[in-house]
Design a protein around this ligand. Sequence first.
Ligand SMILES: [Zn+2]
Length: 64
Amino acid sequence: MFGVKPLKPERAELVGRYAVQIHWSDRHSTGIYSFDYLRQICPCPECAARHQDAAGRSGDVRIT
Ligand SMILES: [Zn+2]
């Protein structure tokens, strides 16, 4: 996901209210990540619980 070299995020800037732009240590790669996306990939217990919650509900609740 982060390419072949080990990269680390050096700086992050808010993009509007919905996303954050991350400047990576190679100074070439930048990426804009929506908070929704970050929530999806976040491994912390709080977010993991949300994922399970959403998955456990029947009907039209979906993680997009
Ligand atoms: Zn989280």
